[in-house]
Design a protein. Structure first.
Ligand code: ADP
Length: 313
């Protein structure tokens, strides 16, 4: 269901889409050219109007803006760790670079920064005028929280310290890039919230395995993006199905189709699935993102990257 644009008076000109499902109204709004105060005022007016519509219990406003310059940030999140968020992030970055984009990747996973390993580099970034210069590896520019601490040091940062370190990564010298993938810390707490507010991604990708527990967390992640007005570009289902390399039989260790069903239920796009693959894990551990190779995994990541691009506002 959609809402009648005429309800919003002059603000209707900025409405790009409306949707009403299960009491939640989602408004996508073009905020191009508006300052912070005007955006807030616009959001408040839209929310008040939508709330007055019968059957609306909650209103989410997603602000988009066409920026003349500057890279587009795409956040990659997951409600919990271990679902393959970092693996998907780096391979999306490499696949986007192969599609001709100038790509950066910010590894903001304070609990387990893995991009230096996934990209096979131990190079430290230099700083110029206190601004970090990303390292360039495998066709992408990268800054990782793992480059700011010695390897193997568990990060026991408290919220404000973590947020400060992450801000340094976001404010690095990203000139020359047009897309930046942000590998978020897993979970939906204050650190994630402040990073999203600070980096203002144009959209978010949520990674989940097909199983129920992981999907409950994915729903939380989608809620977090809703609350921070970041449009969800879609869900990627990872570790979906396993083909035995010996007998060729397919099985579904983590269930099957769960993420696609959940995406449909939540009204967000389903971007595709990646199978559980021993070679994908081995290549990842060896610092060779499969998206940079030639096999079926490279084709799968290319398709996913195209699906993400198709959803960009
Ligand atoms: P997260 O960032 O969500 O914590 P990672 O990307 O670090 O997860 O992945 C966790 C582990 O699972 C890594 O060892 C990674 O190589 C492995 N992995 C991720 N996706 C797959 C997959 N599709 N098939 C096999 N192994 C995978």
């Amino acid at each position: 269901m959609t809402l009648d644009p005429s309800l919003f008076g002059a603000d209707a000109a900025r409405l790009r889409s409306t949707r009403l499902a299960q009491g939640v109204a989602t408004l996508v709004v073009d905020a191009t050219g508006l300052g912070e105060a005007e955006r807030s005022a616009l959001e408040a007016r839209l929310k008040a109007t939508a709330m007055s519509v019968e059957g609306v219990a909650e209103v989410r406003v997603a602000m988009t803006a066409s920026k003349a310059a500057g890279p587009k940030l795409i956040a990659v999140g997951a409600g919990k760790g271990g679902v393959g968020k970092s693996t998907v992030s780096v391979n999306l970055a490499v696949a986007l670079a192969r599609l001709g984009h100038k790509v950066g990747i910010i590894d903001a996973d304070i609990y387990g920064p893995s991009q230096p390993t996934l990209l096979g580099t131990s190079e430290r970034p230099e700083a110029r005028d206190k601004q970090l210069i990303p390292v360039e590896v495998q066709g992408v520019k990268m800054l990782s929280v793992g480059q700011l601490v010695s390897p193997g040091h568990a990060l026991a940062w408290r919220g404000p310290m973590a947020s400060g370190a992450l801000a340094q990564l976001v404010e690095g010298d990203w000139s020359g890039t047009d897309i930046i993938i942000v590998d978020l810390p897993p979970g939906t707490g204050d650190v994630q919230l402040s990073l999203i507010q600070k980096s203002r991604p144009v959209g978010a990708v949520v990674v989940s395995t097909p199983q129920d527990l992981s999907l409950i967390d994915a729903r939380r992640a989608i809620d977090l993006f809703g609350k921070t007005s970041v449009p969800v570009l879609g869900i990627i289902e990872n570790m979906a199905g396993y083909q035995c390399p010996h007998c060729g039989e397919s099985s579904d260790p983590f269930g099957s189709g769960g993420a696609e069903a959940a995406a449909a239920e939540m009204g967000v796009p389903f971007l595709g699935r990646l199978p559980l693959s021993a070679s994908l894990r081995a290549d990842s551990d060896a610092g060779r993102p499969p998206a940079g190779g030639e096999g079926p995994a490279a084709a799968a990541f290319r398709t996913l990257a195209e699906a993400v691009l198709a959803q960009l506002p």
